[in-house]
Design a binder for this molecule. Structure first.
Ligand SMILES: [Zn+2]
Length: 541
């Protein structure tokens, strides 16, 4: 056999950003064996020939910012990612991971574990990775270690700086995770318990990642009125950590956005701020999902003092009349640096995505619910937070299209989903009315922003979906179609590719993504899952 697999007559976008060109791609085992005119190879000499006429053949897409940490243990196929053409996903973002797990951190993680029906046996990050490694996987998966989870394992929900001994214990967790194969460290500085992290503590953990060649990805402390200061904080953290580590490291600003009316129109200025750091020698970049709504937890409504409580204690506090009055007052007056979504975008823009206690609220805004139920949106929000022990997801309509497109056009900013793998009709992985980005991100970039709106060329979009994020993850042989590289490939129809997922009906696969090949094996053929699960756990090299 000349090849195990041969894609004939396709148009190649190789991930480097260079112009499209006609090329066949031959695969042997899990590697790309040949790229170019392979018309001299007879069909009889190939185990499987795929006619890619009319299709763009590209490197399999790499999602640099995902949240499949638990989902991957429920259904390793990560179907919503496969159907988008993803062949690799990085999870463990926004400071949140499912390890390290101990008696101190467990209460904070418990609601999420319960929602997924998981009863973990692991404790260390390495044991968690081993659990993932034992699962049959659709795409390849890799993981960051979450700063918030590490903090929770040492300090619980406490709102205070760590002692020297506690900080040493946190660094110990980071070193263990990095040595077990974590790609780097993430932070989520608006979420409990990461919100309580001090700059010094975060820098100490990032330095531990940098010492081992890892990445630092941050959901910054503020993406609204304080976003400029938050970018500066991220840059300073990366510089300080690089100095401590004795070697510079990579900084990834997660899901870059101008996330409040107060900063609409500043998308390009945010890009320039990161560009200045790049010009000054910092290896900084960012990612973005292609939607003007965000998705997060309703608990971001709560001030840091409430987020310093375990979920059960927080639920009790929210039922207390005096505490409610104080939270209402803080929302009206604001706290420096705290994102205050009740003010901006306001109750109209806050849509419940998932509530266990009130599934009938899923897909509805707090303003609309208050209109129907005759209550105050603030009280409705705190009621549902208390009953669901803070585990309520929301979709937040907070961005402007102009900013989105200004960021989208930047070649070095990767595309991400910011979502976990889902599956329509699945008893666990189809709950609620989630953000459509889980199903539609790649096709929305290729269909809406490349073809329909002309925001960026196809070759650039493919690079932002493949080579650009692969390099951030430090994957040396993925993200481009090159001889000798891993045979992760996607073939899509540039004329028809489009997202079908909407805010009202998110659980719909995109149109136009025909074939997805992971490690040389077809996971999607003619738009349907083959049932083969060729993915692997990728540990940091
Ligand atoms: Zn985030």
């Amino acid at each position: 056999m000349a090849f195990d697999l041969l894609l004939r007559h396709g148009t190649l976008a190789d991930g480097s950003g260079t112009p499209l060109r006609p090329a066949d791609v031959g695969v042997t085992g899990d590697r790309i064996a040949a790229v170019g005119d392979l018309s001299a190879v007879a069909d009889a000499d190939v185990a499987l020939v795929i006619d890619a006429r009319g299709l763009v053949v590209a490197p399999g897409f790499v999602d640099p910012h995902g949240h499949s940490d638990g989902n991957v243990l429920v259904d390793g196929a990560l179907a919503s990612h496969l159907h988008q053409g993803y062949t690799t996903q990085l999870s463990g973002n926004c400071g949140f991971t499912f390890a390290p797990l101990n008696d101190v951190s467990r209460p904070g993680i418990e609601p999420e574990l319960e929602a997924l029906g998981l009863d973990p046996a692991w404790r260390t990050f390495g044991e968690y990775l081993d659990a993932v490694d034992a699962v049959a996987l659709g795409p390849n998966v890799a993981f960051l270690l979450g700063h918030g989870t590490v903090r929770g394992a040492v300090l619980g929900a406490d709102d205070r700086a760590p002692t020297d001994a506690e900080l040493a214990a946190m660094v110990g967790h980071a070193e263990e995770a990095m040595d077990a194969g974590a790609i780097g460290l993430s932070s989520g500085l608006i979420y409990a318990p990461g919100i309580h992290g001090t700059p010094d503590e975060v820098a100490a953990l990032v330095a531990a990642a940098y010492r081992r060649g890892g990445l630092y990805a941050t959901h910054m402390r503020n993406e609204s009125a304080g976003v400029h200061a938050a970018i500066e904080e991220a840059i300073v953290t990366a510089r300080v950590a690089g100095e401590r580590a004795g070697r510079p490291g990579r900084l990834q600003v997660s899901h870059l956005k101008a996330g409040a009316r107060a900063v609409w129109g500043e998308g390009a200025a945010l890009v320039r701020r990161i560009e200045r750091a790049r010009a000054d020698g910092l290896d900084a970049a960012a990612d973005q999902y292609p939607y003007t709504a965000a998705s997060t937890t309703l608990a971001t409504l709560l001030p840091p003092e409430v987020l310093a409580l375990d979920p059960d204690d927080a639920a009790a506090a929210l039922r207390d009349r005096a505490t409610r009055a104080r939270i209402r007052e803080l929302q009206a007056s604001g706290i420096s640096g705290w994102e205050n979504v009740a003010q901006d975008p306001g109750w109209d823009g806050i849509v419940i995505a998932r509530s266990a206690s009130r599934p009938e609220w899923n897909g509805r805004s707090l303003a609309a619910l208050a209109g129907d139920l005759g209550g105050d949106p603030f009280d409705l929000a705190l009621d549902v937070l208390a009953d669901d022990r803070l585990a309520v997801d929301i979709v937040l309509h907070c961005m402007d299209e102009g900013d989105l497109e200004a960021i989208m056009g930047v070649p070095w900013i990767a595309v991400c989903t910011d979502a976990g793998g889902r599956r329509p009709g699945h008893p666990v992985l189809d709950d609620g009315v989630p953000h459509p980005r889980a199903y539609g991100s790649t096709a929305r970039v290729l269909g809406r922003y490349v073809r329909e709106r002309g925001v960026l060329p196809l070759e650039t979009a493919v690079a932002k979906l493949s080579a650009v994020p692969a390099a951030r993850l430090g994957l040396a042989d993925r993200g481009q179609v090159r001889v000798g590289w891993a045979a992760d490939l996607v073939a899509f129809d540039p004329v028809t590719v489009i997202d079908e997922a909407t805010y009202e009906r998110p659980a719909r696969y995109p149109t136009g993504i025909a074939h997805v090949i992971v490690n040389g094996r077809l996971a999607i053929r003619d738009g349907a899952e083959t049932g083969d699960l060729p993915g692997r756990l990728l540990r940091r090299a």
